[in-house]
Design a protein around this ligand. Structure first.
Ligand code: FES
Length: 102
């Protein structure tokens, strides 16, 4: 696992998400000031979850509206049944750092 600096804290506001080009793509979420990271691709298809809708700690896929908990990766409703992979996130100074394969 590598620790990868992805962006500054002030570049991702509460309720926002962004895709980070690490490996197959990671979605980074700001949930009320806390940061979480999951795989970006939905487990139901090839949709980017960073382009979905984040409400609280739940992201809804833009394609077929599966929902996932961004804290745990758990699939919360059909059509998704498989969880998302999650990644550890920390804040160092004003920088968001993700632990990922690189
Ligand atoms: S691709 Fe995400 S719900 Fe189908």
């Amino acid at each position: 696992m590598a620790r990868i600096e992805v962006c500054r804290v002030d570049e991702l506001r509460p309720g926002e998400a962004r895709r980070v080009e690490i490996g197959d793509g990671i979605a980074l979420f700001n949930v009320d000031g806390a940061f979480y990271a999951t795989q970006d691709l939905c487990t139901h298809g090839q949709s980017s979850l960073a382009e979905g809708w984040l409400e609280g700690d739940t992201v809804e896929c833009a394609w077929h509206m599966a929902k996932f908990c961004v804290k745990t990766g758990r699939a919360l409703c059909l059509p998704a049944t498989q969880p998302l992979r999650t990644f550890s996130v920390s804040v160092v100074g004003d920088t968001i750092v993700v632990e990922a394969d690189g």
